[in-house]
Design a protein around this ligand. Sequence first.
Ligand code: GTP
Length: 326
Amino acid sequence: MRAVILVGGLGTRLRPLTNQLPKPLVPIAGEALMSRTLRRLQRQGVRHVILAVQYLAEQFLAAYGDGSAFGLNLQIVQEPEPLGTAGAVRYALAQTKLLDAGPILVLNGDELTDFDVAQLWQAHAQTAGVATIAVREVADTSAFGVVASDEQQRVYAFQEKPAPGTALANTINSGAYVFAPAALAQIPVQGFAMLERDLFPSLLAAQAPIYAYQHSAYSQDIGTLAGYLAANEAVLMGRLPQEPVHGIQYAAGVWAAADAQISPSAQLIAPIMLGSGCVVGENARLERVVAWERVTIEAAASLTNVALASDVLIAHHATVEGLALG
Ligand code: GTP
């Protein structure tokens, strides 16, 4: 299997965590999401990965090089300007001369999941579709892209963030696709184009067969603070057995790097991840906190639902709730 991973977005909703790191390189429980994704894809049988990079592009080359550390053949393609999720796929495949090389797996780079892409690949091979979209059920579709399909799983409609009560289905796009060359040919050769807004509607209008593949694997978009904390929580609480945590576990879901200094009087309420060089002062209270490296939380500070980028200092007695700080 060969995959294009979309990693070129600005990650605006996760700022300031994404001011200096592209979103796919943000650490989840002490390790970059991208490293977790590459390991999973290798485990599932992917051998060739193309990273479609743009924002802070050079960091991907520095971190992953040719992919050999992950047992992958990795190529990195940088767009001259952001081309959108569809434009980026077409550009990356044109640059690597793979536009006509058979089906291609395409993945969003900001999803923590244990979804098995081999199942999606096989499902695609069993249909005559030009595209197969991984979908999953959610109770509330209003924040997502809905994919509505018939009993044969053929897709007949897309809805972006439908108002409550107006959704055509309870299945949403979960950020993994297989495209045949015939679908890729519908993406304009030049300019900005999005998969959801441009490619899928144009395929539907042309009556090209698109299929949905429904799965129930864990899947969490890390693109907002709530999503980022939820993804960390899943790994820290051991809900994804294949995903390691890098640190010592002090209590269920409370993790810290071996060199973190934590006052015995500090109160740590799971999930907690404190990276290398973090310091937590006396009587500080932390609940659902992810701190990267060298973060100092002074005495009696109180933090709830907080993500802290490296080198942040929280002053004594400060109260912080529901914020990402950098
Ligand atoms: P926000 O700015 O917060 O909306 O995030 P984003 O644009 O970084 O991510 P979004 O969730 O909208 O996009 C889904 C995936 O596509 C992410 O992994 C992005 O990195 C990637 N992506 C979005 N736009 C582009 C683009 O123009 N080029 C490339 N190469 N990747 C993109």
